[in-house]
Design a protein. Structure first.
Lengths: 758, 122
């Protein structure tokens, strides 16, 4: 049962996603009836499952929601923008309720009630005020009475539990005479009078009398006609409602009369059936008839009559005289059956796999990659030539390993849709809280990225969207005054670029007020008042710890979490974040992240005897600095001329604390790297070992975060190598040269023994 | 010989619940995800003794499915139970018009479900 519950919640996630997608499509002008149907089905299925698990609050709300959707589906309710807005909010609440149910939590009843009232009000046909009086009325739930408990009513008919009229006393038995005449339609629905009689028999002592007077001669017999009727004497303590319940499925397809024999001295039920032929006679007659019929059929080629339908029509006759025997045999039947789970599973093209298994597989493939690298190294050490069979075989193995790795990573890759899907709701909430009008446009939802990255994307994106609406977009009145439409647009897009996933959040708001940002930064002592900053540098002040431009801290984005936290968490993913802003036109925040957190194409370099890895994606080219191209800048700074431009030359060894004095640039090799700000730098290393795919091992989880170092890896020879955080290295250097202030914390000295310690 | 029940429901949760309740009671269970799939399953030789179907389904809903079953001479006499909620008295009637034998009220418990199946299948 727990497993099914887990399935239910899993399914709920999908249904809720479908629900929201459907509603958004409707909002976007989709008029396909199937879209409404799908939306309806989603809510209906949530309700169905919730009912099964007794999740009352969820059932109640889903029911109200479903009813309104039903009206929409039947076109009784017009598909207006307002209607859809309410429904979207209802979908949000439904999602909350599902989540609450999942974590045993609770959602405020008042909130449900308020939204339920709104939904009911949409339909308009039943005002909420009339709910209490109407509640006792009709046969079904009352949509507007939210306090109504719809569960576990099940089979009981209205009035079933009203005091059992004649059988009031505990042992009180009542005799009932029941006249039951099936109509032809009863058989068409595959109902079987014998089964109805069997039901009745469970209520008490039953005597069955068959009326076969209407049975025509064989020539006139319609194989699908109904000719038989029964008169039944039942002695039972059950109420009339209970008796009628046995006929529930055939109600309307038979003539039924249930009469209590209020005769205190009718102790002998034998009296009553005397009016009808004794059952043994009936049996003989019917059997004879059937035999005759079968004989005729057999001899006259009457193929149609032997079809199953004909059997259905004739069959009732045979068990009728002896219904008592049938249930006894059949009741035991299901109990002894061996379960045969060889049920044909629905044809699907996807399977569900526990994420742990995939993670384990990915870890193993990571080990395989390391192992294969080690093997290659051993082969080289053994002095085997590149053309030897062993080396050639290893090349194939390397190729294969890489393909396996790609395929395995693809298993865990997911479209960013799952993150984007949460945003419409967020936007609605923030829009409502800020009084701004916002439309979300998404692009590239199908862009795939590793699941581990996806999971950690939500928070930064959420925060940046909050920021875009809260700080970026203007109030509707201001927008109109500025000649823009009152409704602001926030665009969220994702795409792949050079082995990374790029996510852009663009608003068409006022853009960054650079003067204000600057004043604020000076006021907070983040920069010197006389510092000269480029626009880009000013914009980047937003990412500094302790910076907040909102004069009054709003509850939307001013939650103590600044953009600096966003930046740090993005960097923790090996990503970068940049801002581009045009005054009056809006801002664009760009996130660039690796597709996976598991492997990396790296350039392996040597620095002061240590092996380090630079992410290949960051490296544009390598160059050999010449004395003529290197210039000193200030006491310790150096620049190198790369074609027509000078870029800062950073000695990795000195930056990371491996050595105190920079080496002679001409004795090393420089890696020309680029960060997302578009900034270039040349990283000076002693030598390049080569390019290699490395498996990323988190430094934070095994040791602690080290500035300038993104992660670690295990090399083919079994040694640990640190992976450089190129952005951090460039960033740590930039402000010093640009403004003279030191906003970033001073790089922690990296103990050289780290390489062996971790 | 164990009796076979074909369940037709688009909700995985519901299919799982039906499957569990019915196999526990000794039935063999076939599953279909919607009306079209259900009709396809009936094309095979493995004919069910009882069919349980949901109403709201994509591609082909319960009503259409029931009509389809009843049009097939081989399955005209197969009992069909409809999964429904109380509020759907109109649906109940429509299902009956389409040829449903009986119904199971959601939410159901396993006993109630098995009871309903036994009620239409000897």
């Amino acid at each position: 049962m727990e497993a099914i519950k887990a399935t239910f919640f899993q399914e709920c996630e999908e249904l809720l996603a479908d629900l929201e997608a459907g509603l958004l499509a409707l909002e976007g002008g989709d008029t396909d009836p199937e879209t409404v149907n799908a939306v309806f089905r989603a809510v209906h299925s949530v309700k169905g499952g919730a009912g099964a698990f007794g999740l009352e609050q969820l059932v109640r709300f889903a029911h109200v929601f479903e009813t309104t959707l039903d009206h929409l589906r039947a076109r009784e309710l017009e598909q207006t923008a307002h209607v859809l807005k309410v429904m979207l909010r209802a979908a949000d609440l439904l999602a909350d309720l599902v989540r609450a149910a999942q974590s045993q939590g609770h959602v405020d009843d008042a909130r449900c009630q308020a939204l339920a009232d709104e939904l009911v009000a949409l339909s308009g046909d039943r005002p909420a005020e009339s709910a209490p009086d109407a509640a006792s009325g009709a046969d079904d739930f009352l949509d507007d009475d939210f306090g109504f408990k719809p569960l576990q009513v099940a089979f009981a008919e209205p009035g079933a539990d009203v005091g059992d009229d004649l059988a009031g006393d505990e042992p009180g038995l009542t005799d009932w005479v029941i006249k039951f005449r099936p109509l032809a339609t009863l058989y068409l629905k595959a109902n079987d009078p014998a089964l109805v009689l069997r039901e009745l028999e469970r209520l008490g002592a039953l005597e069955v009398g068959l009326e076969q007077a209407d049975l025509p001669l064989l020539d006139d017999l319609d194989p699908e006609g109904a000719y038989l009727a029964w008169t039944l004497n039942l002695r039972t303590s059950a109420s009339e409602a209970d008796i009628r319940e046995a006929f529930e499925f055939v109600d309307g397809d038979c003539d039924l009369e249930v009469v209590a024999v209020a005769n205190p001295f009718a102790d002998e039920p034998e009296e009553t059936p005397a009016a009808f032929p004794a059952s043994s006679d009936v049996e003989l007659d019917v059997m004879a008839l059937i035999q005759r019929a079968q004989a005729e059929v057999a001899s006259s080629d009457g193929v149609e009559i032997s079809e199953p339908a004909a059997v259905a029509a004739i069959a009732p006759a045979s068990p009728a005289p002896a219904p008592a025997a049938t249930p006894a045999v059949k009741a035991a039947d299901p109990a002894v059956k061996a379960a045969d789970p060889a049920a044909a599973a629905p044809v699907t093209t996807t399977i569900r796999v526990d994420l742990d298994r995939v993670d384990r597989l990915i870890n193993l493939v990571g080990e395989l990659v390391i192992n294969q690298a080690m093997l290659s190294q051993r082969v080289i050490e053994a002095g085997l030539v590149r053309s030897s069979n062993v080396a050639l075989g290893l090349d194939d193995l390397e190729q294969l390993t890489r393909e396996i790795q790609d395929s395995v990573m693809a298993i865990r890759a997911q479209p960013v849709k799952s993150v984007f899907q949460r945003m419409p709701r967020l936007i609605r909430e923030i829009a409502a809280a800020t009084g701004k009008q916002v439309r979300l446009v998404t692009e590239g939802e199908g862009t795939e990225v590793d699941k581990t990255v996806i999971e950690r994307l939500t928070d930064p994106i959420t925060h940046m969207i909050r920021n875009a609406i809260d700080h970026g977009l203007e109030k509707p009145a201001d927008r109109v005054a500025a000649g823009k439409p009152a409704e602001g647009v926030v665009k969220l897009s994702a795409f792949h670029r050079s082995g990374r996933i790029v996510i852009e959040i663009t608003d068409d708001g006022a853009g960054i007020d650079r003067q204000r940002v600057r004043d604020k930064a000076v006021e907070k002592g983040l920069i010197a008042p006389e510092a000269v900053l480029t626009d880009e540098e000013t914009d980047n002040l937003l990412f500094m710890p302790g910076f907040s431009t909102a004069s009054a801290i709003s509850d939307i984005s001013g939650r103590g979490v600044g953009m600096d936290v966003v930046k740090r968490s993005v960097q923790g993913l090996g990503g970068r974040i940049t801002i581009a802003s045009r005054p009056g036109e809006g801002s664009t925040f760009t996130l660039s992240l690796p597709l996976t957190l598991a492997v990396l194409d790296g350039m392996v370099v040597t620095v002061d005897g240590h092996t380090l890895v630079a992410p290949l994606t960051a490296v544009i080219e390598t160059l050999q600095p010449k004395a003529a191209t290197v210039r000193s800048l200030g006491p310790s700074g150096m620049v190198v001329a790369v074609r027509d431009a000078f870029v800062p030359l950073i000695d990795i060894g000195a930056t990371l604390g491996f050595r105190s004095t920079p080496i002679d640039p001409c004795s090393g090799v420089a890696l020309l790297v680029e960060n997302d700000v578009g900034g270039h730098a040349a990283l000076l290393v002693d030598a390049i070992q080569g390019q290699r795919q490395v498996v990323i091992k988190s430094l934070e989880s095994n040791y602690q975060q080290v500035d300038g170092i993104a992660a670690a890896t295990i090399l083919g020879d079994g040694r640990v190598a640190l992976i450089l955080d190129v952005d951090a290295i460039i960033a740590n250097r930039r402000p010093e040269t640009a403004s003279g202030a030191a906003p970033a914390p001073a790089p922690e000295p990296t103990p050289p023994l780290l390489a062996t310690a971790s | 010989m164990s009796r076979t029940v074909l369940t037709v429901d688009d909700s995985r949760t519901m299919r799982d619940m039906l499957h569990m309740a019915l196999t526990d009671a000794g039935f063999r269970v076939l599953q279909a995800v919607d009306g079209v799939h259900g009709l396809e399953m009936l094309e095979t030789d493995d004919a069910p003794d009882v069919i349980i179907t949901d109403i709201n389904m994509p591609r082909l809903d319960g009503f259409g499915f029931i009509e389809g079953v009843r049009q097939d001479a081989r399955h005209r006499a197969t009992p069909i139970l409809v999964l429904t909620t109380e509020s759907d008295s109109a649906k109940k009637n429509r299902a009956r018009e389409a040829g449903a034998t009986g119904w199971i009220v959601k939410p159901f418990n396993p006993e109630k479900l098995v009871e309903a199946v036994r009620r239409v299948a000897a």
